[in-house]
Design a binder for this molecule. Structure first.
Ligand code: GLN
Length: 487
């Protein structure tokens, strides 16, 4: 088997179908790369070599029996927030360091049913709280483009693994940008689907009204293929949306001509790095040359997205994380004196600093006397933001802007300054507050570091947005570039 494999999953699947290599050989290829290269990245918390090879052998057998689907035998990396039966599911927290999940998340079950092979569980910010992957109990992840820089977060391990060619696909979760922002920092593609598309059952909860799982990979086409396997109604998730299954690849080749692109004035403000602006503007020109129309739009409440998000997300997290009390499951302190001591020390020792900060903020915002001033107000702002988007989608089909205000920064640069870190989520959180599908794809480089372009569409309009992204990737090759140290 050749050392340089195609980057796209569609091509890898074609190679499997032609019998150029087996899934076992393909899986070995990635496991070997992980063994050789992940020491420098720390993108995996757990590697499941034996299990992966067994799954690959089963995929080869299914193919031989004539039962292969489009992704049968394709390896992937799974964010360590998705429960996996028999495999440690840590959420990158000391709290769950010894937690072996007794069941599979629905998303995992679906990927398994589609014949994908799980290589292992990827590193992330603790309980998905962060934008730099520095809050992991298992240590930070390095960005493959520059090992001194962060890969973004919270799905930083997944993004780094795909960018470095340690896996062709990965899962991520996005509560306020955690799929799109690390995709942007690592030069890959990532999609947060419409809220309710992908089941949250077995996906460890951070902020339940915002959390959404989704695919990460090289290209929009690969995202569409993986979303086909991930999406679907699930009785076990009460916010799962009951809709007929659809093929997310069906509009990949739809013409760009006539599509209406909106550029929000509020995204192209003075907080935006000039180099990033130039990349996004050039990408929009490319789409315009293919016949898309472009107009400026306004999302007047955009500046309230970060304040509203950083009330709602911590409020929900303080409630969701109350289950980790040292009694039911998770970390338990040694020799508690009494019940209060058990709670206090188990939570005190089991959670890291950023998680504690969020629990404190959230508990405060929800406490009586403050609830109306903070939580209710934030929910009202959320409605206004959603209304802004609904109005915009009367006029345009897809909203385009930068994914992040800067490229990947040095590890440690913001770790003592949470507010600066939170401001990095300025362009991503609004889509979560409004429940909209949103993706990031590579759109160039600034100082040798990848730049992400964000697209956001109306609810359930993933297929059209993926089509626009795919057409851009036919005219550009940013997504095909790999970091020099990992080619
Ligand atoms: N960076 C955001 C936060 O820290 C988003 C995290 C996420 O999407 N999981 O909350």
């Amino acid at each position: 088997m050749s050392d340089t494999l195609p980057r796209s999953v569609a091509s890898l699947a074609a190679g499997l179908a032609r019998g150029e290599y087996s899934s076992v050989e393909l899986t070995r290829h990635y496991l070997d790369r992980i063994a050789a290269l992940d020491g420098a990245l720390n993108s995996f918390i757990t590697v499941c070599a034996e299990q992966a090879l067994a799954e690959a052998a089963a995929a080869d057998a299914a193919r031989a029996a004539g039962h292969a689907g489009p992704l049968t035998g394709i390896p992937y990396a799974n964010k360590d927030i998705f429960c996996t039966r028999g495999v440690r599911t840590s959420c990158a927290s000391r709290m769950l360091d010894n937690f072996i999940a007794p069941y599979d998340a629905t998303a995992v079950e679906k990927l398994r049913a589609a014949g994908l092979v799980m290589l292992g569980k990827t590193n992330m910010d603790e309980f998905a709280m962060g934008s730099s992957n520095e809050s992991s109990y298992y240590g930070p992840v390095a960005n493959p483009w520059d090992l001194a820089r962060v890969p973004g977060g919270s799905s930083g391990g997944s993004a780094a693994a795909v960018a470095a060619g340690l896996a062709p696909l990965a899962t991520g979760t996005d509560t306020g940008g955690s799929i799109r922002q690390p995709a942007a920092f690592c030069g890959i593609s990532g999609l947060k689907p419409t809220y309710g598309r992908v089941s949250r059952y077995g996906m460890i909860a951070f902020a339940s009204s915002l959390d959404q799982g989704g695919p990460m990979g090289y290209s929009a086409e690969d995202l569409a293929l993986m979303l086909n396997a991930l999406a679907g109604f699930d009785l076990r998730d009460s916010t799962s949306i009951e809709r007929a299954d659809e093929d997310f690849t069906r509009l990949l080749d739809a013409p760009v001509a006539g599509l209406r692109i909106g550029l929000p004035r509020e995204y192209f403000d003075d907080q935006l790095d000039a180099g990033i602006r130039a990349c996004v503007e050039a990408a929009v020109k490319t789409l315009q040359a293919r016949g898309a129309t472009v107009q400026e739009i306004s999302l007047p409440h955009m500046s309230l997205a970060i304040p509203a998000y950083y009330v709602i997300a911590p409020a929900e997290c303080s409630s969701n994380l109350s289950r980790y009390d040292g009694a039911r499951f998770g970390y338990r302190c040694a020799d508690p004196k009494d019940l209060t001591d058990l709670y206090c020390r188990s939570r005190g020792e089991g959670f890291g600093a950023e998680v504690k900060r969020r629990i404190l903020i959230g508990t405060y915002a929800l406490s009586s006397g403050y609830y109306d001033a903070y939580y209710r107000k934030a929910q009202q702002v959320r409605r206004l933001l959603r209304d802004d988007f609904m109005q915009a989608f009367d006029e345009v089909d897809v909203i385009i802007g930068p994914t992040t205000p800067t490229v990947a920064y040095q590890t440690g640069a913001h770790s003592k300054d949470p507010v600066t870190m939170y401001l990095g989520d300025i362009y991503t959180t609004a889509a979560n507050l409004a429940g909209l599908p949103s993706l990031s794809i590579p759109a160039g480089f600034v100082d040798g570091l990848p730049v992400g372009m964000q697209m956001t569409a109306a609810h359930f309009d993933e297929a059209r947005m993926l089509g626009l992204a795919h057409q851009y990737q036919r005219d550009s090759d940013w997504h095909l570039r790999a970091p020099a140290a990992f080619t």
